[in-house]
Write a protein that binds this ligand. Structure first.
Ligand SMILES: Nc1ncnc2c1ncn2[C@@H]1O[C@H](COP(=O)(O)OP(=O)(O)OP(=O)(O)O)[C@@H](O)[C@H]1O
Ligand SMILES: CC(C)(CO)[C@@H](O)C(=O)NCCC(=O)O
Ligand SMILES: [K+]
Length: 255
């Protein structure tokens, strides 16, 4: 039995397979490339699934594309997984549980595969989210712009600042080494990174203080690799946390 799990984000799709109970993270691809021409390589890598599960924070159009894609390539109907009120050892903290981002719910379910409690889950994706779990309850969380959104806001709202591609720029590798920058790109990259890390550290600090415990911290998302060394405590870095959460739920429901 080959089960395919898909995580549809706002910028990228990530996938993993469970083949005879063996979990394997597949990779990530931009949404355009995934559905675009020349995706034979991705299809080949994925293989032929028997069942397809997906979760999504992308729009209806992307979900429709996925359904068509799965039907066309494998003659299957994918099963959507979403945030619940109370499921697999976790109770939602949202006043309206269905309004919580499905990726946030899945990431928390993924974190519960590592720690029974209490833990803080950080997803540094297109948006950056922080959620906390204590005694099997989601305490709630925060949503702020991700690094790319912060940088693009500056570029949009000023005359002289341009959008910089952090991936090209990171070759310089100096944004963590000096605190203050001496050129525009470093000032933006370093500043937004430092701002985001300070926010994360403050939330962790305040939660620990308020609850009187030391929360475990689990980190995921496209920007997590650049943030992890700036977090003041030990961090469990799990790039495929959302997918792991989906697999945990599927196993929990099956059993
Ligand atoms: N090719 C890439 N490789 C790694 N990181 C990337 C890449 N492209 C963008 N990023 C960074 O990752 C962030 C987006 O994270 P991620 O890919 O996890 O988002 P996403 O797929 O939209 O997920 P979500 O919508 O769930 O947040 C952006 O802020 C950007 O800086
Ligand atoms: C916050 C994002 C964009 C993070 O990917 C996603 O989880 C989402 O669209 N959430 C819905 C709103 C909410 O979680 O309150
Ligand atoms: K997002």
């Amino acid at each position: 039995m080959n089960k395919l799990f898909l995580d549809l984000g706002n910028s990228r799709i990530k996938w993993a397979s469970v083949y005879d109970d063996e979990y394997e993270y597949g990779g990530a691809e931009s949404i355009e490339n995934f559905f675009g021409d020349g995706n034979e390589r991705i299809l080949e890598e994925i293989g032929e699934p028997d069942e397809v599960y997906f979760t999504s924070v992308a729009g209806e159009e992307v979900i429709d594309n996925l359904k068509t894609f799965v039907q066309k390539n494998w003659r299957l109907i994918p099963i959507q997984m979403s945030a619940q009120k109370d499921c697999c050892g976790l109770v939602s903290g949202y006043t309206k549980p269905s309004a919580l981002g499905d990726d946030r719910w899945m990431a928390m379910q993924g974190a519960l595969g590592y720690y029974s409690d209490p833990c803080i889950v950080i997803d540094a994706g297109t948006a950056l989210t922080i959620d906390a779990i204590l005694d099997g309850r989601h305490l709630g969380g925060f949503i702020v712009p991700g690094l790319k959104s912060l940088r693009s806001a500056l570029a949009t709202d000023t005359a002289d600042l341009q959008m910089i591609d952090s991936f090209e720029y990171s070759e310089e590798g100096d944004e963590n080494e000096t605190l203050l920058a001496k050129d525009t790109n470093s000032a933006i990259l370093g500043g937004t990174l430092y701002m985001t890390a300070s926010f994360i550290n403050q939330v962790i600090h305040d939660l620990n203080e308020q609850v009187g415990t030391s929360f475990k911290v689990v980190l995921t998302g496209g920007d997590s690799s650049r943030l992890k060394s700036l977090i003041d405590c030990d961090v469990n870095w799990v790039p495929d946390l959302v997918l792991q959460g989906m697999v945990n739920i599927e196993e929990c429901i099956k059993n």
